[in-house]
Structure formats: C-alpha cells, structure tokens
Write a protein that binds this ligand. Structure first.
Ligand SMILES: [Zn+2]
Ligand SMILES: [Zn+2]
Length: 267
C-alpha cells in the first residue's frame, strides 16, 4: 500500500481470453474498465475480489463490438450509472446495447481527457468494424493496451512506445494453431492480418517497445486451445533477455480469474 503523501496507479486484468475480457485501471482520481466482456454479476464479483465496488467505476471504454469485450457494457452501465466511451461505428454495430445514460462516441485517433487521465485511441487491424487500442496517460506514466489485432502496424508500435505498463495480445502459438483442432477456415482467420497476434508476433512487437520505463507487461487474450502460458511467457522472455534493460514483470492474463494487481507508486 502507498505510504503517506504517495498515491498509486493500479492495473489488473480481470479477465482475458475468447470468453471475456476486462481491464481495470485505477488512478488517484479515476477508476475505469477497458472492455467489459463478462456478465455484470461476474465483473462485480471480480472487482470485489480486488476491493473495488462497481458503483465506484467512472467509465467503461470499449475496444470493439465482439461479445467477449462487450457482454457486460450495457448491464454495468445501467446498473451502476457508468458512462460509456466507444467508437461511433462500434456503437452502430451494437444494436442490442440498450439504453445507456451517457454515451460518448469517438473516432479512431481521437484523444480526450477524462479526470486525471489522457486517453488516446488508435486504430488496430481486426475483423471488427472499427477496433481500437488505447493509451492511458496517468501521473505515473503511460499504460498501453493493444488486444485483438492481426498485425502490429507501425502506428501501433509508435503509440505504444515509452509505456510504463503494456497489455499486449499473445493469442496463440503458431505450431499449436497449425496442428490444433480448429477448422482450416478459422485457423486462416486467426492467422490473418485481421485476426489475432501470435506469441512470436507479440514478442516482436515487444522488442520495439522495451525501454527503461517499462515495468510490467500483461500478456493478454491467450487462446485456451492454441496456447499455454509457458509458451507465451517463453516468447516474451526470449526478447526481454536479449535487451540490455531492467526486466519488466511479466503477467499472464487468465480467463477464469483476475491477475495480480500491478501498482505503480507516485511519490
Ligand atoms: Zn476478443
Ligand atoms: Zn475480437
């Protein structure tokens, strides 16, 4: 816990994977979720597990319209009166979102201030109408989030530079996907430029993002069929070991439970 005169920024991946995603970020003045892809009940349970009440959330941000990112957006927003931020096309692609008290649309590339946060959106490639990644700048530095992307474009690399914490997709091991049980068409979709990032592609992205500032990397959206935590970790570690910097903490996102909370202290 922070001492007197200190505050902290806290990050926890509440759920990660094709059955639901939610990332919790807390700063001295704000508590937000990026994606809410579980039921409101389960999200509330997981938030309680890290000492947070759903009614204290300030905003829900959406990356794209797939159910594993949006399932709980409407119910959480209505039940706890939480504003929603999403791309205008993503909004159109969610006809069943239902009534939302306060909805804020943005375009890819928009930057907006929210309480003590500066939020930057950037386009990513995925089979959704207008998928985005985010950076969230806090008094403790920048947090970068890129999950559900087929390739890491130059823009993605640029936006994620100089982060203190990264949340990067590490979806599949290429051999496991090739040899696994998925139908060929689905394998092609996952591998495509609009699919999901493999462990190797994620590690390559990470290679360009390592800096002295980087303290933690959350590996996200691991496939339960085509990946395992050890392989994802191994790929990331391999890159980090080859760099001459302090090694950041690696945390693997889980489908069934929240990760540890990562706290950065602001003195
Ligand atoms: Zn997803
Ligand atoms: Zn998706």
């Amino acid at each position: 816990m922070p001492g007197a005169g200190e505050s902290c920024v806290r990050i926890c991946l509440l759920a990660s994977g094709s059955r639901g995603n939610a990332l919790y970020i807390e700063s001295p003045e704000s508590r937000i979720l990026i994606d809410a892809g579980l039921s409101a009940r389960e999200l509330t349970r997981r938030l309680e597990g890290i000492g947070v009440r759903s009614e204290d959330l300030d905003a829900l941000l959406v990356t794209h319209e797939h159910t594993d990112h949006c399932q709980g957006i409407g119910p959480m927003s209505r039940r706890y009166d939480i504003p929603v931020y999403l791309h205008h096309e993503t909004h159109r692609a969610l006809p069943k979102l239902g009534r939302i008290g306060e909805i804020n649309e943005f375009a890819s590339g928009d930057v907006f201030d929210f309480k003590d946060l500066r939020i930057t959106t950037f386009p990513i490639t995925h089979d959704a109408v207008a998928p985005v990644g985010y950076t969230v700048e806090t008094t403790a530095g920048k947090i970068g989030v890129a999950t559900d992307l087929g390739i890491a474009t130059r823009l993605v690399c640029e936006r994620l530079k100089e982060c203190r914490v990264l949340v990067l997709e590490s979806n599949h091991d290429e051999d496991m996907l090739r040899d696994g049980p998925y139908p060929w068409k689905l394998k092609q979709r996952i591998r495509s430029n609009h699919g999901h990032l493999s462990n190797l592609a994620s590690a390559e992205l990470l290679r360009g993002l390592v800096s002295d500032k980087l303290e933690a990397v959350f590996l996200a959206h691991l496939s339960e069929e085509n990946n395992c935590p050890d392989l994802a970790l191994q790929a990331a570690r391999c890159v980090l070991d080859s760099q001459n910097v302090c090694t950041p903490q690696l945390v693997v996102g889980r489908q069934d439970q929240p990760t540890v909370c990562f706290d950065t202290i602001i003195s």
